[in-house]
Design a protein around this ligand. Sequence first.
Ligand code: FDA
Length: 308
Amino acid sequence: MGLMRTALLKASQSEWLAQQVRGRRFAQRASRRFMPGEDVEAALAAADRLRERRIPTLITLLGEAISEPREAERVADEYLDVLDRIEQRDLPMQLSVKLTQLGLDVSRDICIEQLARIAARAGETGNYVCIDMEASPYVDATLEVFRAVHGAQTNLGICLQAYLYRTADDLEALLPLDAPIRLVKGAYNEPPQLAYPAKRDVDANFFKLAQRLLTRSRPETAPHAFGTHDPRLIMRVQDFAAGAGVAKDAYEIQMLYGIRRDDQYRLAARGYLVRTLISYGRHWFPWYMRRLAERPANLLFVAKSLLR
Ligand code: FDA
């Protein structure tokens, strides 16, 4: 892993740095590259614009690792409100949630309770919820909570990370549930005992896992998704799918708001299912630093925002 990437991922965990940066105008300007605004209405307006290009969306409230049960309830309440707003506007927008923001560090029961509230309300409005996958110490707990809620709420999917050695086994264990899976490379600072350190090995494992997902039939609730901006990998996935007779609309390609926007438009125009994940909220610092770590060249944008 590159030194810059490691340094940025370490910095992403610093609460002190987060406090220094959050209120600064230049940092807010720089963060706009990856999020339309801190307010939910900014996210919904961006989703409206993407809908015009036939690109459905996912929305996530930024924040992680809360430590008070009340906070988990408040976050879940906010998601319920977002679901109402989505329904009012009839937006093709799903939810993407982080379990540490729903109390995973506080108590598993609280987390299950809050996730179940969100999934139940999403189910009532015909919507769908995907659980993000966080750093490796949370993987077992995340899978457990997913299974606990998926039993009653099948409109629930989960993200798996191709950089972890364990993911092939996790995928096999999940497949019989017929739940939609979002495959990503993985965004955290993981040790070589747990994760492939070389990007080419991560890419190879991503493709192997993608093939496995594509040879399964599409889950009933939502298609499996490939969350990546990597044009070569996307092309390999598409070629494999076409060769295996998998229709273009039987799987999704998901990307983050603001990244490779032209590719998103182009793929959607060519009839692929593309979905954009839009983030909002005040607690964007760790998430933003992970975006910088994925592409340290992004630091140039930060420098430009600082100079402006
Ligand atoms: P890669 O890093 O190889 O980049 C390929 C190309 O994409 C780059 O050359 C560049 O052009 C562009 N690009 C990628 N990242 C960029 C950036 N930050 N800024 C500018 N350009 C960039 N991770 C996780 O651990 N848990 C999760 O739950 C999720 N969820 C998730 C949902 C969705 C919809 C997406 C798209 C991604 C995630 N991720 C995630 C993040 C994921 O693990 C990974 O860190 C990023 O997608 C970056 O890797 P790529 O696959 O895009 O390829």
